[in-house]
Design a protein around this ligand. Structure first.
Ligand code: MG
Length: 238
């Protein structure tokens, strides 16, 4: 294999002591084991603060309809409070070797997704991280808006598995970031993407056999909850 996949920690490296999904600690942990990238999920609160969390609500507090004060009071499994995107980026700045993979979650309206995108892009610029971040999203609206609004050359990947590579190319996306199930059903998409100059990321690849399949088939990035396991497999497949 000419190239080896790069390792992206899914929601940061959280399956390790003192960490938690989408916690600030999880970025530091991803860097500590030398992941290529660290993925995280973002939402915008009712009062316009972008926060890092996977689910639309936390402890019953619905992020999109609650003010930041209430959302940020909630705690993660490791005792940290829900981080703002700004706090997350302040930590990312301390880890200059780490790439960021920012997932815009599908919001309740296109309007709110646009508010989120504008605020995300503003913060990335403020923290001088524009060259260190890729965007991913399940939202068709979010995908096309991110491509339109992010600085030229920013990589935006689509997650939902229902655009073929030619469609991604037509929309000026950087590539596909599809589930391992979708990719196993359509292994031809890997070659098609590469022929079109697109990259292929696969999520969330935790089983050894799936990791090996991705390595053998030449995908560009693997997103996993088990970054150290994947790194060991990559070392063994030299
Ligand atoms: Mg995610």
């Amino acid at each position: 294999m000419a190239t080896k996949p790069l390792v992206v920690a899914h929601r940061g490296y959280w399956k390790t002591d003192g960490s938690a999904q989408n916690s600030i600690r999880a970025i530091a942990k991803a860097d500590s084991v030398k992941c290529f990238g660290s993925e995280f999920d973002v939402w915008i609160t009712a009062d316009g603060v972008v926060v890092v969390n996977h689910d639309p609500s936390i402890n019953g507090v619905v992020i999109e309809t609650s003010d930041a004060e209430q959302v940020l009071a909630q705690t993660l499994a490791n005792g940290e409070h829900v981080p703002t995107l700004e706090a997350y980026l302040q930590e990312a700045v301390k880890h200059p070797g780490l790439h960021l993979v920012c997932e815009l979650k599908p919001h309740t309206s296109n309007y709110r997704e646009t508010l989120a995108i504008d605020e995300i892009l503003r913060l990335m610029k403020e923290y001088n991280l524009e060259n260190r971040v890729d965007y991913i999203t399940f939202s068709k609206n979010g995908f096309s808006k991110l491509i339109k609004k992010a600085p030229e050359g920013t990589a935006v990947y689509y997650l939902n598995g229902d655009y073929v590579p030619e469609q991604i190319r037509f929309m000026k996306g950087a590539g596909i970031d599809y589930s391992i199930g979708a990719m196993r059903n359509h292994p031809e998409w890997i070659r098609q993407c590469h022929d079109l100059g697109l990259k292929v990321n696969v999520w969330t690849v935790n089983k050894t056999e799936d990791m090996q399949w991705c390595i053998d088939n030449g995908v560009d990035f693997i997103t996993t909850n088990e970054p150290e396991k994947l790194q060991h497999l990559l070392e063994d497949s030299k």
